[in-house]
Structures are given as structure tokens and as C-alpha cells.
Design a protein around this ligand. Structure first.
Ligand SMILES: Cc1cc2nc3c(=O)[nH]c(=O)nc-3n(C[C@H](O)[C@H](O)[C@H](O)COP(=O)(O)OP(=O)(O)OC[C@H]3O[C@@H](n4cnc5c(N)ncnc54)[C@H](O)[C@@H]3O)c2cc1C
Length: 444
């Protein structure tokens, strides 16, 4: 981590008052690092507890970062990776692991360099952040909603100058509590309100409106890392079937939008699982458009010729048996009735009576099992939101708004998102750290 964290606290800094809006991953980290630098920090959260979403991350285990280099981290970022260059250096994944270890969390790194608390309990990460906030005397206001960012117009600017500064600057936040409205004054405000995914955790999208009121543009928003609905009715019959070591390919016309190897799961509406979440993030909103096709290669380790030869062998060995009674040698039980249907072959037909053309159709269906995506599922099932505050309007070295002085935006609220693997939380931690450093170093 950067050395500045240990700097002596100057009286000027001690007086600087910062409001952090949103007590999720980015907000808690930013508040902790600001207070550690001696700033006077208020953290406001409209839920009755901090880090509600963090509890459900990594299926309750919290894959809190990915133990990869900053460049590897950036290559896992799908939207605007270059914007995160400075942030990725301000707090690397190694720094994050060291930080949590230093705050008393034993950690471990698993397959794919995914880092978790050794206990497998997300609560350890949240408790560590809470302890740190308490130790650094951050004032936490729960059940408190940011209603409006308070601003004043900036002084007259020289119209002939090409470099236009922000049109306004922050003075505080208007909040709503069960007792009514209140105005909190601040020298700087950090917006860390997250996106729209899993709204039950408090991600209401408020931050987009708050930022727009301060002159920001919000790009188109879509659920990402989300299951997809499929056209084929047989997916319902396959509900609950999990396939490992398969290849999923999605095309728009002839163009390949996504092709990768891994694990997926059939559901009552379509497909889900790690491979599908990655596909949803890579292909994005294009999935809802026309000309989309999707296929699973159920036997990626076998070439078309090898697979055909296997069918020939098995059929020759059991010419009198019905097709449906030998297919279990090729597929899991749930697929056995579906495959002949998809290939247009009567599954009662005896293996010895199957024509070459029918066998070729079996091979095609196996190598290209159709799962046509028709739409993404909703935000209730999405791990992250794709889109957000336009990054051109944010200084990447500080996270400060270019439209409103002393307003800072961090975390999922920004137009940045990444694949699964701990990268999205790394975005939250890194943007929080670069922002905390900038606020601490800025003139009052
Ligand atoms: C099911 C699930 C599993 C996930 N697992 C992982 C994982 O294992 N690894 C990983 O890297 N990422 C994971 N993610 C993604 C990760 O959780 C998010 O990217 C991350 O939490 C974003 O952090 P944030 O602080 O920007 O937003 P959030 O964590 O959403 O925090 C925003 C906070 O702001 C508060 N807020 C909103 N509006 C207001 C307002 N007006 N006033 C006051 N407070 C407000 C909200 O209540 C919330 O607490 C997962 C997401 C989900 C949904």
C-alpha cells in the first residue's frame, strides 16, 4: 500500500470534513482510509447495517480479490480498463490481501487465484472493515439516506479559456432519516452508492440520480454477470443439470461474441453458471438483439470424426437395442430424451437401423447443442451493473468529478465492470484507495 497512509496528521487535514455516501465495499474502504489519514469522516448508509451486499458475495464466502498483478486485473475489466490504471496501482490485490491480514483476517487463495477469508465467511471481511471504522472514529449514520448533494456555482470562468473547470462545487449532503431531513456540511463528498444489481441489498441506483444532478452523464445501464433466458423449450426439461468441461459459443450472425470452456447449469428459464455469467458480461446487451445464436459443445475433447466413430462402435455393438437405451453412454440422464428430439430421431429406433444421416445429426447436436439466448435476466439476479457514470467526467488519478469540484465517485457506480473472480471488489477497493489518497492530499 502507498506510504502516505502513515503520514503525520496535520491540523489542516484534521479539520477537513468528508461525507462518504454508501456503506458498501467501496464506501467502507474509502471511509476507513480517509480516517486513517486523520480526516473527519461521516459514513452514511440507508440500510440498518453496513455491507449488506458483501455478506452474499462469493456465495457467502466473499471472493474479496484476485491475487493477480495490476495488469492482469485490468485485463479482466470489461468496461474502461484504462480508466482504472492509476487506481490499480494505488491499491493492488496484494495490498488488499495484506490490508485485510493486517486487520486480523486470515486469508487463502484458491483456484483461479481467487482470494477468500480462510474461514469461508464473508462476515470476517465486513467485521474487519467495521472494526477499522470504529478504531479510526468514523461517524457511522445508519438508516440515513442521501437525498441531494448540495452544491454552489463555481466562480465566473474565463469564457475564452479552452480549459473549463467544474461548474459547481460541493458543500454538503441533504439527508433523510426517520426523524426528518437534515443538512450535513462537508468539504468533500464521496459517492459510493453502487449500482442496481440485487436491489434488496440497498442498491437502488440513487447514486445515478445524485450524480446527474451534479452535471454527470450516466451511460446505458444493463444487468451483467447474469443468467440468460433461452428460446428452446427443452431447457425446462434440463433444469438442474450441471455440465462441466463444455464449450459455450455465442454468435451474432457470423461474428463470435463469446466462446469459452467451463461449467454451466440449466434452469427453468435458460442457462446460468460461471460460463454463462462470463458470456453475459462479454456479449452484454447485444444478446437481446437479432441474429443471436448459442451452442454448447457437449464433447469438446472429441473431434467430429472421433465422435462419429464412437457412435458407429456403440451402435454396432448393440444393433437391437433402442437408441434411448445406449445414449447414457454419451450423455447425463437428463439429456438422454432431449438429444434424439433435438436431432429429429425417434428414440425407440433400434441402433442397427440408424442411417448415416441420422448419426451425423446426432454428432451435430452434440457438438452444437442449441441454446439460443433471447434476453438477459433482471437486476435481481445480476452480480453487477454494466454502465454507470461516464468515466470521461471523472479524473482517473483522483476519482474527482470534472463537473462538480470536491465530489468524488467510486465503485460500481462508475461505468466499469469486470469478470467474476474477485475483480469487481478489487475495483471497489482500488477506486476507494486512490480517492482517499487524493482527498487527503488536496488543498482544503
Ligand atoms: C450475489 C453477488 C455476489 C457477488 N460476489 C462477488 C465476489 O465474490 N467477488 C467480487 O469481486 N464481487 C462480487 N460481487 C460484486 C460486488 O459485490 C460489487 O461489485 C461491490 O459490492 C460494489 O461495491 P460498491 O461499494 O460500489 O457498491 P455496494 O456494495 O452495492 O454498496 C453501495 C451501498 O450504498 C448504499 N446506498 C445506496 N444509495 C444510498 C443513498 N441514497 N443513501 C445512503 N446509502 C445508499 C447501499 O445501501 C449500499 O450499502 C457480487 C455481487 C452480488 C450481487
Amino acid at each position: 500500500m502507498s506510504k502516505e497512509g502513515n503520514e503525520a496528521v496535520t491540523p489542516a487535514r484534521a479539520k477537513k470534513r468528508v461525507i462518504v455516501v454508501g456503506g458498501g465495499a467501496a464506501g467502507m474502504m474509502c471511509a476507513a482510509l480517509l480516517a486513517e489519514r486523520g480526516l473527519n469522516v461521516q459514513l452514511i448508509e440507508h440500510n440498518e447495517r453496513l455491507g449488506k451486499k458483501l455478506y452474499i458475495t462469493g456465495k457467502g464466502r466473499c471472493n474479496f480479490t484476485n491475487s493477480s498483478s495490476p495488469d492482469e486485473f485490468l485485463s479482466a475489466v470489461l468496461s474502461n480498463p484504462k480508466f482504472l490504471f492509476s487506481a490499480s496501482r494505488a491499491l493492488t490485490s496484494r495490498d488488499v490481501i495484506d490490508l485485510f491480514e493486517g486487520w486480523g483476517v486470515e486469508t487463502k487463495v484458491e483456484r483461479g487465484r481467487r482470494a477468500f477469508p480462510a474461514s469461508d465467511h464473508a462476515a470476517d471481511i465486513i467485521d474487519a472493515l467495521r472494526r477499522k471504522l470504529k478504531k479510526e472514529h468514523v461517524e457511522i449514520r445508519l438508516g440515513t439516506e442521501a437525498l441531494r448533494i448540495l452544491t454552489v456555482p463555481e466562480e465566473e470562468q474565463d469564457p475564452s479559456s479552452k480549459r473549463r473547470g467544474p461548474a459547481m462545487s460541493v458543500t454538503g449532503v441533504e439527508i433523510g432519516t426517520p426523524k426528518g431531513r437534515e443538512v450535513l456540511k462537508a468539504d468533500a463528498v464521496v459517492l459510493a452508492t453502487g449500482g442496481l444489481s440485487y436491489p434488496s441489498t440497498g442498491s437502488t441506483g440513487d447514486g445515478y440520480r445524485l450524480a446527474e444532478e451534479c452535471g454527470h452523464t450516466v451511460t446505458d445501464l444493463h444487468p451483467s454477470l447474469v443468467p440468460v433466458n433461452c428460446k428452446e423449450e427443452y431447457v425446462r426439461d434440463l433444469q438442474g443439470l450441471s455440465l462441466r468441461n463444455v464449450t459455450l459459443t455465442v454468435r451474432k450472425g457470423k461474428k463470435i461474441l463469446f466462446s469459452d470452456f467451463g461449467e454451466l447449469l440449466f434452469t427453468h428459464f435458460g442457462i446460468s453458471g460461471p460460463l454463462v455469467l462470463s458470456m453475459s458480461a462479454a456479449a452484454g446487451p447485444a444478446l437481446s438483439g437479432p441474429d443471436i445464436s448459442g451452442f454448447i459443445d457437449l464433447k469438446p475433447a472429441l473431434s467430429i470424426q472421433q465422435l462419429d466413430a464412437r457412435f458407429v462402435r456403440v451402435f454396432a455393438a448393440s444393433p437391437k437395442r433402442a437408441l434411448k437405451n445406449v445414449l447414457h453412454e454419451f450423455y447425463p440422464a437428463k439429456l438422454v430424451p432431449v438429444i434424439p428430439r433435438a436431432a429429429g430421431i425417434d428414440d425407440e429406433k433400434r441402433c442397427g437401423d440408424i442411417f448415416q444421416k441420422e448419426r451425423e445429426r446426432l454428432v451435430t447436436v452434440t457438438k452444437q447443442f442449441p441454446v439460443t439466448p433471447v434476453s438477459l435476466r433482471g437486476y435481481q439476479e445480476a452480480v453487477v451493473t454494466k454502465g454507470g457514470i461516464r468515466v470521461r467526467e471523472i479524473d482517473p488519478k483522483t476519482m474527482e468529478s470534472r463537473t462538480c469540484r470536491s465530489l468524488y465517485c467510486i465503485g460500481e457506480l462508475l461505468d466499469v465492470d469486470a469478470f467474476t473472480g474477485g475483480y469487481n471488489l478489487q475495483i471497489a477497493w482500488s477506486t476507494a484507495a486512490v480517492c482517499a489518497r487524493a482527498i487527503a492530499e488536496a488543498e482544503v
